[in-house]
Design a protein around this ligand. Structure first.
Ligand code: NAP
Ligand code: MG
Length: 400
């Protein structure tokens, strides 16, 4: 066998939990280590070790990502009451993804992987739609009240010199009601915009953005203006040179156009729109197990992962010694995404080429009819065959 592909800078490797932790090791053993002299800085984000280090390991892994520029992350458990007992936790630790995102100040881009034999529910979507969700503020950091009849509800802002500005929300009159206050910041919106513009240039795809600025003349309009100002000042020429477009429209016009489109663009969404639309788009393309996810910071730092969770139900079967047929594609594409980006940044053409070949071998395997149970249920191929978790990876290795 020829010499293994060499790396320069290590990847930040964030290990995780349950079935995806099992798959993580299999991907490395079967598809990466035989071909690449893999260099990683390893952080164990498995729940046990997060608990042991009081979650310091999560912070350390995010700091390492800032330093090295590219990370690959396995799915991790976000603790809830049941996990407190299951893992005998000292505290209900926060979501690692939330912690990492806060440190990197990044935007998450989710893109489906398309294969022949699995037709999206919207059959015209022949190319992937990437959703970018602004993961800060709005209704996710709101203050709300239930208020009694007769209340006068106002928005009050006190500036740093103590001056008050008031604005009437509503006089409740003869009925009880509800009110809500929310915010965003110019800084966060600008970071979001930069991540989106940079990623569009990276991927050479058009960028769409939409808000309800005709109704929300100050709040949503501010989003529209910040995007427009940054585009004019910093990105217009680069977009023109790359032959891609920045397209702004109203959110209702956007959803109508998305349905009519054939895909192939990045759709930047405000926080709530992204929450809702990402579930719709993921479902329309078929399987959550075929959805990739990358966190991109405004400075161009990348963290790749699968969009799905730790596939707990399959893990419990695995622990009982039963056979599983868990789809490893999104986790595998997190690895190829990270290796390709590392290769691009370090000028390693053979590493980039390896990542491309591994992705092609994966898609070829499924299009040849060899697939895990989730895809077997969806695929319209006639010669399809369901295989277990490990045999699927071995089938990819044969083609690689
Ligand atoms: P999940 O792990 O995404 O799995 C939900 C269901 O989707 C599975 O039971 C399975 O359906 C199907 N599925 C998801 N990925 C699959 C794959 N690769 N192959 C085959 N089927 C797949 O979500 P969950 O069960 O709600 O959450 C489990 C844990 O993951 C939780 O502790 C949660 O905190 C964590 N989580 C982590 C992340 C992250 O780290 N990014 C994201 C989401 C959730 P069937 O059982 O019907 O086969
Ligand atoms: Mg959602």
């Amino acid at each position: 066998m020829a010499d293994k592909i060499q790396m320069k800078t290590p990847l930040v490797e964030m290990d995780g939990d349950e079935m995806t932790r099992v798959i993580w090791q299999m991907i490395k053993d079967i598809l990466i280590l035989p071909y690449v002299d893999l260099k990683t800085e390893y952080y164990d984000l498995g729940l046990e070790y997060r608990n042991e280090t009081n979650d310091q390991v999560t912070v350390d892994s995010a700091e390492a990502t800032k330093r090295l520029g590219v990370a690959v992350k396995c799915a991790t458990i976000t603790p809830n009451a049941a996990r407190m007992t299951e893992y005998d936790l000292k505290e209900m630790w926060k979501s690692p993804n939330g912690t990492i995102r806060a440190i990197l100040d990044g935007t998450v881009f989710r893109t489906p992987i398309l294969v022949r034999g699995i037709t999206p529910y919207i059959p015209t979507w022949t190319k992937p739609i990437t959703i970018a969700r602004h993961a800060y503020g709005d209704v996710y950091k709101n203050t709300e009240m239930q208020v009694p009849a007769g209340s006068r509800c106002e928005l009050v802002c006190t500036d740093k010199d103590g001056n008050e500005v008031r604005s009437l929300i509503h006089e409740m009159g003869d009925t009880d009601g509800i009110i809500q206050g929310m915010h965003n910041t110019d800084k966060s919106i600008a970071s979001f915009a930069r991540s989106c513009f940079n990623y569009a240039l990276d991927e050479k795809k058009d960028l769409w953005f939409a808000t309800k600025d005709t109704i929300s003349k100050k709040y949503d309009h501010r989003f529209k203006d910040i995007f427009a100002e940054l585009y004019e000042a910093e990105y217009k020429e680069k977009f023109e040179a790359a032959g891609i477009e920045y397209f702004y429209t109203l959110i209702d016009d956007a959803v109508a156009r998305v349905i009519r489109s054939d895909g192939g663009y990045i759709w930047a969404c405000k926080n709530y729109d992204g929450d809702v639309m990402s579930d719709m788009v993921a479902t329309a393309y078929g399987s959550l197990a075929m959805m990739t996810s990358v966190l991109v910071s405004p400075e161009g730092i990348y963290e790749y992962e699968a969009a799905h969770g730790t596939v707990q139900r399959h893990y419990y079967k695995h622990l009982k010694g039963e056979e599983t047929s868990t789809n490893s594609v999104a986790t595998l594409f997190a690895w190829t995404g990270a290796l390709r980006k590392r290769g691009e940044l370090d000028g390693l053409a053979d590493l980039v080429e390896f990542a491309n070949r591994l992705e092609k071998a994966t898609i070829d395997t499924i299009e040849d009819g060899v697939m895990t149970g989730d895809l077997y249920l969806l695929s319209t191929l006639e010669n399809k065959k369901k295989v277990n978790t490990e045999d699927f990876l071995r089938a990819i290795a044969e083609r690689l």
